[in-house]
Design a protein around this ligand. Sequence first.
Ligand SMILES: Cc1cc2nc3c(=O)[nH]c(=O)nc-3n(C[C@H](O)[C@H](O)[C@H](O)COP(=O)(O)OP(=O)(O)OC[C@H]3O[C@@H](n4cnc5c(N)ncnc54)[C@H](O)[C@@H]3O)c2cc1C
Length: 439
Amino acid sequence: MKTEKLEFDVIVVGAGMAGSTAAAIAAREGLKVAVIERGQKPGAKNYFGGALYTHALVDIYPDFFDRQPPLERPVTETGFWFLSNDGVVKATVQGGLVDNDPVDAFVALRSEFDLWWSEQAAAEGAFIIPKTLVTDFLFEDGRVNGVKTDRPQGDLYAPVVIICEGVNNLLTQKLGLIDHDVKINATALAVKQLISLPAKDINARLGLPDSNHGMAISVMGDVSMGLSGLGFLYTANSALSLGVGVTLDALQESGLKPYELLQRYLEHPVIAPLIKDGQMMEYGAHLIPEGGWTTMPRLYTDGVLVAGDAASMVNALHWEGTNMAITAGKQAGLAAVEAHKKGDFSAKTLSVYQDRLSELFVLKDLKQYRKMSAFLKNHPNFMDIYPTFLNDALGMFFTGFGKPKGDLYKKIFRSLTSRRPLLKAVGDLVALGRAVIGI
Ligand SMILES: Cc1cc2nc3c(=O)[nH]c(=O)nc-3n(C[C@H](O)[C@H](O)[C@H](O)COP(=O)(O)OP(=O)(O)OC[C@H]3O[C@@H](n4cnc5c(N)ncnc54)[C@H](O)[C@@H]3O)c2cc1C
């Protein structure tokens, strides 16, 4: 039996944040777009902390909030918690610049949000194909002109393929756009639990006035057991999302199991009361491509663009991944549209994608933070010594009643220098500054 050749203008691999965005933008401009997703449905395979960022969402759909998106709590308080083994210093901000309408970030559950986000792409005209794995590419005259899938007669043809396959970028590797597998020193494994709790308990325990207030917290110190990594806490409507991510090589060297780290975090004396009597709803693990700029593949070639985690577009310090994926997805969609207008799908035409991203926060920030991953690995003190010192120093300062303050400051100073000689501590701060500024 002769089967019809399945032809599209654009094929997108992966219906995550990057993929559904690229599809929506290209379909909106009248292109025939297929999005191929290996999960049972979009979102089924996706997992994060986490918060979505308003700027990226409204950039794609200016009427985003009128569409009744499945969001959890707005982020009205955010910042760092520095854990010692039995205490915490909280450096969070609420009100002021965080009190925007709408706020700048919303907590979300990806299983729900990604499905909804893909439905918005479908409403623009994109054709979503779930339960289908893209296994390889099709070529004509040495150029990609489609994909092979795991379905019988599952070849699909298009002059542009946008790879949004996420962190495990096997197809990107297959095309030779990057010459290595996931790098264990630049990739974190994050483990997380979503713990269900009555909203009133969440509010009372975290000091939130009501359920229209929420938190996004990065946790440093006694959460990663001295390994290069960060923890997090996010408030959903009736659940807390708590997790910890550490680099794969640090995990391997330490011999620790990821679930041991998470368990220890959940049993920490500051964290345990927050989740008391909660029910675990989800437990999962996911990789984060923290290498950013240093592990980025080539972003385009003839007939192909790469966006999102597949292209290592994550700023781990700021937990920015979804907004990079959405912004890159949009630019990939636009580049595909321009290529169709020209009738030219060469790397030269598609290079406009990288040019545009270079002018936006995506490549600007990834380039600026290119030394951050190596910095964190080489300065484990920021994961244990300094958070503990901060707890001790403030603890001493605020309990130094009735003591000569000269002695108090000497004690605080000794508490630092007994852990880290002063010159080395100054050197650590300078190195942090250089990693942040990117010099
Ligand atoms: C624990 C954790 C916390 C995080 N917290 C935050 C946060 O708070 N804020 C934030 O902005 N970012 C956060 N991130 C990062 C963010 O989740 C990612 O950067 C973002 O999801 C990347 O989107 P993407 O579309 O590139 O990839 P993904 O969302 O991973 O989507 C890739 C899709 O491709 C599909 N796929 C893969 N291969 C194939 C194939 N061969 N064929 C068909 N389909 C395929 C997958 O099933 C998946 O649906 C966090 C990540 C983790 C792990």
